[in-house]
Write a new protein. Structure first.
Length: 264
């Protein structure tokens, strides 16, 4: 059997947890065919990333996982920061463009700002709330990507909507993420949602990451955009010089906003 890398093992562990809610190290060792000591290291690292909760002899799904929290709760979290980030993101949009918005609460903030603007746009989105927010605007054409409605959320996931993306020229994609790191780029928890986001990234000329401070230097299970696919990063996280240098090396424009500005 080929040696399995840590990210592959951790992806399998999360899939098992999603299926059963809890797992034991003994079961995992048999299924994945790695030592119990290796799995203990994996589980400790995953607990540190907030992906699960360690139990005696195993692990269970963490109660505070983003996927387990309702959308309305996530929407309220860091709301001022998200609004400030969205307000800055609007400045990148020009009349007549085609943009994509993911199903994140930050992209929803951006949609709310666009709703009150005089602008002509085509908006492609995987967010049900985002589509509903914009559908009354006289000059915005909304395309809702097909997919499976994610439980406890207002997002669509899976690859059913990918064909639409192949037929549209998208100027800008605005996306948030569960985490951003210099090693993995933009990452999310849901393996299925990641598939759709990957397709959205590939279909877009430019990708703009909208990330409040809680997402920076955090990893989730599956990557949907590597550093070389990100063009602009808008955040309220105060970056160190070394981090700005790393972004510049990857030709990523970093825009830092203050969460105290533009609060509504």
């Amino acid at each position: 059997m080929e040696k399995m890398f840590a990210p592959e093992r951790r992806k399998i562990i999360l899939e098992k947890l999603n299926e059963k809610q809890r797992v034991t190290i003994k079961e995992l060792s048999k299924e994945i065919k790695v030592s119990e000591a290796t799995l203990r290291t994996d589980l400790t690292k995953m607990e540190g990333d907030g992906l699960l909760q360690r139990t005696h002899g195993g692990a269970m799904l963490a109660e505070n996982l983003d996927t387990e929290i309702s959308f309305s709760t996530r929407e309220r979290k860091n709301k001022n920061e998200k609004y400030s980030i969205a307000k800055k993101a609007v400045e990148l949009i020009s009349d007549g463009q085609c943009i994509t918005l993911d199903a994140s609460s930050t992209a929803l903030e951006l949609a709310r700002i666009l709703k009150d603007m005089q602008i002509r746009l085509t908006v492609v989105t995987s967010g049900i709330n985002t589509a509903l927010e914009l559908h009354d605007h006289p000059d915005i054409t909304v395309i809702l990507l097909g997919g499976i409605v994610k439980r406890g959320s207002y997002s669509l996931e899976g690859s059913l909507g990918v064909n639409i993306l192949n037929q549209i020229n998208i100027d800008l994609m605005f996306t948030s993420a569960n985490g951003f790191s210099f090693e993995s780029g933009l990452t999310d928890f849901s393996v299925y949602e990641v598939e759709l986001k990957k397709a959205m990234v590939n279909a877009s000329k430019k990708v703009v990451a909208l990330l409040d401070h809680s997402k920076i230097n955090k990893n989730s299970i599956a990557s949907f955009a590597s550093l070389n696919q990100i063009d602009t990063l808008i955040t309220n996280y105060v970056m160190q010089d070394s981090e700005i240098k790393k972004l510049k090396e990857q030709n990523i424009q970093a825009i830092v906003v203050s969460a105290d500005e533009n609060i509504h």
